[in-house]
Design a protein around this ligand. Sequence first.
Ligand SMILES: *Cc1c(COP(=O)(O)O)cnc(C)c1O
Length: 488
Amino acid sequence: MELIFEKSIEGRTGFCFGSSDVPDKAQISEKYLRQDEAALPETSELDVVRHYTRLSQRNFSIDTHFYPLGSCTMKYNPKFTEMLSNLAGFRNLHPLLAQLSGGERWTQGALQVLYELEGLLCEITGFSAFTMQPLAGAHGELTGIMLMAAYHKAKGNTHKKYVIVPDSAHGTNPASAALAGFEIISIPSNKEGGMDLEALKAAVNDETAGLMMTVPSTYGLFESHVSEIAQIIHQVDGIMYYDGANLNAVLGRLRPGDVGFDVMHINMHKTFATPHGGGGPGAGPVGVNEKLVDFLPVSRVVQKENGMYALNYRYDKSIGYIASFYGNFGVLVRAYAYILMLGKEGLRETASHAVLNANYIMRKLQKHYKICFDHLCMHESVFSASNQLERGVHAIDIAKFLIDQGIHPPTVYFPISVPEAIMIEPTETESKQTMDRFIEKMIEADQLSQTNPQAFKEFPKTMPITRPDEVKAARDIKTSFFQKIASP
Ligand SMILES: *Cc1c(COP(=O)(O)O)cnc(C)c1O
């Protein structure tokens, strides 16, 4: 006994790391050897556990709070789809196995998920084929624009230089088109929030490669002239791109492939389950019609005559690999499970509830906050805090007020064309009680802006950090303040 205790530290270190992992001191140059004892913190396990538990509770999370952040659907992580994507057969599958000779036999389940998911997405969107590879929405956009470029190249359309993007598109659209080597032409919106068709006609010419549209737009509005716009673009052999990140608003009601679009991406992490936050992981499958199908990335999952699934790499016109292996497979499993769980009717209901909830909030708040477009919205609605600003209260002040109420702020200052924008997206999965509490708090904020606007300068009061200098915080990151957050 005595002996073991005496040896304690060194002996245990050896045990922890496995003795072969501890380098022999003699192998390390003298100048790199520590001169003094390492200043390791003397902390008990219990204190460490409490520290990290407190830190985790400082996080806003969909499991604990309402999250009406606009332009970022899917604030719902069904535990059921988590469980399925975590099945050992999926989770432990080695990505190289399917490529090994004979390996296909061991990967039939995974390949079948990819194959059937492709079929489901085609049915939902009206397209001919999908690639599952892109790892996020923006990555899907880049893939789609590369397909557009491949199409023009194959047709000898060397004069195509411009991609048209309305100002109501998501910010990633022009960025993706630029990354793929195109120049961007922006089209302004009209008073109703739709695309200005006269401006579009004036901008379209033989050099137009295509147009990218977010439907419903980031104003939360449905563009009612889609078919007319598609006609204008197709007249010059342009490609119509559908940004499908907001697909939950039209699921089961509109198939982009039926109304003139040639290519689209879906944000799985916004429409078909998957935790969405902290930047990922996501999945941005890209669907195409017959015009573009030959250019899809490799590999593609095919079903052989004997019913077995396999990966096929032999597509001469393919743009090649867009991601390693098969994309974010776990995200795809969740989407597959979610689609099958909801079924056709369930998907349609998703859209109904997303739109109903957004309109409910819009109508309840419109007496208190200026609405930007006074007609039916889709999955989200855009307000301006311009009335509140007259009393010195900004959109950001209202956001900080909500934090103290245990509500994640809506998106603020986006879309950028709306001054003091507050963009609210409740999603299809929130209850009326939750939305009512949010509405009550928003009204309370408006009332406070009338009686005591000064009070807003101090919100949030419940957070360890209140009003950081946001530019400095982004440029000059200090991590040591976490200790302060966690101390009781
Ligand atoms: C979120 C979003 C994107 C970008 O998707 P990421 O997965 O974040 O890259 C593109 N378009 C719209 C309309 C979006 O809402």
